[in-house]
Design a protein around this ligand. Structure first.
Ligand code: FAD
Length: 489
């Protein structure tokens, strides 16, 4: 944890036995976890590198219980760490070691309340697992495009609170673009019911956007109305060996028209990342034994089923890839012939995070720049890291259609975590200065949490930080809602 010292403004009021009984009266025995082994998964982050504390984990069953718990905490100055699936990568859902308050988990609030296939919307509770929601939409012949490697365990409340990205942003936008309405419990316990299934609603400030991406610092999202799309019926997935990252962005640029606006995903993978997944994730197979440092996972999809004898996505893609080979951008390519082959390609892409956890200590930067600057960024960013530590191993990959790179490095072979982390500040400064110089973002989709709190303060203007602080103070004057995350007050 970068700064385990409690920032002074964080409330340290303890949960007294009387308050514990008051919490029990609200949520019942089923809604409280007090024993240390039971609390462990809630106070440890996904990577296992941050471990905090909580007096108790509170698991309300509905919005009324959330409201009463928050009001009790508000009246008594108890700090709350909201949590959903606990897959966040920036420590936002992890309490500080000296946290004396509660973790509030929304995991028991996991009902799909309504699916409206005609109106293309779905109303859900915050604790629904993302994959369950994708499957529910599919059962109604609809599509929920939010899709990411952690989808089997992350929950929609966490996805919206981090404004998650994933592999379909290119076409559908990030999490905030998929939302029509929200219900939120404010830091004083009031319930804001903004569950409106409206595409158009220009009635003053659009409050829902305040809470998405706020990482639980402004309130607790309890329900959402999500947008749905027609289910894909004709999908082509391909694994491309490509010349270099410049070829990747040119391929994407031409793919829009060639696919008739049906590009769903475009993911850049380095050979190093692919090999790391093949090493650590059982059952994965190399889709293409090509001798190149760069690959592209390209998916086109249409909601129109392929008619007999007509040209579908695969045939269009085949022609496109032939043209791209001719142009020298694609060196070799394979289009998945069945669901298993396509699944294998996606498992490779989605398993980079678990594989890197198994590989050993590393550093990772979730950055974005405008798409056309990606090749330059990769070259200069790797040089910036080599300047500090020449034996560091680059493992870049990214959602390049969004200008988003997971610009990752594994430590030199044999170097332990502690030693690697001595180099981290200098490498971080080099990489993030480059991001700034290229007018990019130091956090494209993972948020700020604890991990990037000092980097945000370093790179954002006083005006921007002061405006954020004003919002925080206006909504949460007692600073009980996920204190010490995103901003130091
Ligand atoms: C293998 C893997 C792959 C990933 N891939 C991607 C990816 O492609 N794109 C991407 O964007 N992210 C990715 N992530 C990061 C992570 O999955 C996302 O940030 C996800 O949206 C977090 O959801 P969660 O339910 O786990 O939230 P949590 O980790 O529980 O919480 C995240 C933040 O939201 C707050 N919060 C949680 N629930 C609520 C609520 N109901 N109300 C208010 N605040 C709340 C927490 O306090 C915390 O600050 C990945 C993570 C892993 C482990």
């Amino acid at each position: 944890m970068p700064d385990t010292a409690l920032p002074p403004q964080i409330p340290t009021t303890p949960v007294t036995p009387a308050l514990l009984e008051a919490l029990r009266a609200i949520v019942g025995d089923k809604g409280l976890i007090q024993d240390e082994p039971g609390k462990q998964p809630f106070v440890t982050d996904w990577r296992g590198s941050l471990v905090g504390n909580a007096a108790v984990v509170v698991r309300p069953a509905n919005v009324e219980e959330v409201s009463k718990v928050v009001k009790l905490c508000h009246d008594n100055g108890i700090a709350i760490v909201p949590q959903a699936g606990n897959t966040g990568l920036m420590g936002g859902a992890t309490p500080y070691p000296s946290h004396t308050g509660i973790v509030l988990s929304v995991g028991r609030m996991n009902k799909v309340l309504n699916v409206d296939p005609v109106g293309y919307s779905m109303t859900v509770e915050a604790g629904c697992i993302l994959q369950t929601l994708q499957e529910t939409a599919a059962e109604h012949d609809r599509f929920l495009p939010l899709s990411l490697g952690a989808q089997g365990s992350c929950m929609i409340g966490g996805n919206l609170s981090t404004n998650a990205g994933g592999v379909q942003v290119l076409r559908y936008g990030n999490a905030r673009n998929l939302v029509m309405g929200l219900e939120v419990v404010l830091p004083n316990g009031d319930i804001w019911n903004g569950l409106r299934a409206l595409k158009k609603d220009n009635t003053g400030y659009d409050l829902k956007h305040l809470f998405m991406g706020a990482e639980g610092t402004l309130g607790i999202i309890t329900k959402a109305v999500l947008k749905l799309w027609p289910a894909p019926k004709d999908v082509a997935t391909a694994w491309l060996a490509i010349r270099d990252p410049q070829a990747a962005i040119e391929i994407l640029s031409e793919a829009h028209a060639a696919s008739e606006d049906n590009v769903g995903s475009c993911e850049l993978m380095s050979r190093a990342c692919t090999d790391m997944v093949l090493r650590h994730i059982p059952g994965t197979q190399d889709p293409l034994k090509a001798d190149t440092p760069w690959f592209l996972l390209l998916e086109w999809s249409s909601s129109r089923p392929k008619a007999d004898g007509a040209e579908g996505m695969s045939e269009k893609m085949e022609q496109f890839l032939a043209d791209q080979m001719e142009a020298g951008r694609v060196l070799d390519a394979v289009i998945a012939q069945n669901e298993a082959q396509s699944r294998n390609m996606w498992v490779i892409r989605e398993s980079v995070a678990p594989a890197s956890r198994a590989e050993g200590p590393g550093l990772s930067y979730d950055i974005s720049v405008s798409i056309s600057k990606i090749p330059d960024f990769i070259e200069k960013g790797i040089k910036a890291a080599y300047d500090v530590l020449p034996s560091i191993r680059p493992y870049p990959l990214g959602h390049i259609g969004d200008g988003n790179l997971h610009f990752s490095f594994m430590g030199p072979v044999g170097m332990d975590r502690q030693t690697l982390h001595q180099y981290s500040p200098a490498i971080t400064r080099g990489v993030n200065d480059l991001v700034r110089d290229m007018a990019g973002s130091i956090s494209a989709e993972h948020g700020i949490g604890i991990e990037k709190i000092d980097e945000l303060a370093h790179y954002r203007s006083k005006v921007e930080l002061d405006t954020m602080r004003s919002l925080k103070r206006a909504l949460d004057p007692k600073n009980i809602m996920n204190p010490g995350k995103i901003l130091r007050l």
